[in-house]
Design a protein around this ligand. Structure first.
Ligand code: ZN
Length: 159
């Protein structure tokens, strides 16, 4: 399965009696409309109904602590913007880069990415664009333990 369905699976009100707890009795993907069709049964009046629940076919980012969150392009942009402030990299370039990273990932069929890997991808791009932006981003992302690690990271940049 490409996507996680998240909390959308729960809390569908019965259209007959408005009871909040219904049980999914059948679930199938309607991928052509990015939706999941579910047969449900009300836990109170036992009537049956069908829902079409749309799914955002977007990526999940696995964070360091093992939890997931939706890939948020804005968050990526904000992180890169902070690193690129007062460098040659403009906000428009940051936005373009974020779009490119997202479409590259989508095109590769990836639906789940570790935040660490996402950070490496950003760093690879920034490294080519602006050294200062790269270092700033790397400082936040790699969480250097000491100055030695930072210096080593700087030394890996080819002139
Ligand atoms: Zn009901």
């Amino acid at each position: 399965m490409f996507f996680r369905e998240g909390s959308r699976e729960t809390n569908v009100r019965c259209p007959f009696c408005s009871h909040e707890d219904s049980k999914v009795t059948d679930s199938r993907n309607a991928l052509e409309i990015n939706a999941i069709r579910r047969r449900r049964e009300c836990g109170q009046c036992m009537r049956r109904f069908t829902t079409f629940e749309t799914v955002d076919l977007i990526m999940q980012v696995k964070k360091r602590d093992g939890t997931y969150e939706d890939f948020q392009q804005e968050k990526l942009i904000n992180g890169m913007d902070a690193a690129c402030r007062h460098t040659r990299v403009s906000h428009d370039q940051v936005r373009a880069l974020a779009s490119q990273i997202k479409s590259d990932l989508m095109a590769s069929g990836t639906r789940e990415i570790e935040s660490r890997v996402l950070g490496e991808i950003v760093m690879k791009h920034l490294q080519e664009m602006d050294v200062v932006a790269y270092i700033r981003f790397a400082c936040v992302y790699k969480r250097f333990k000491d100055i030695k690690e930072l210096v080593e990271a700087i030394q890996t940049i080819s002139p």
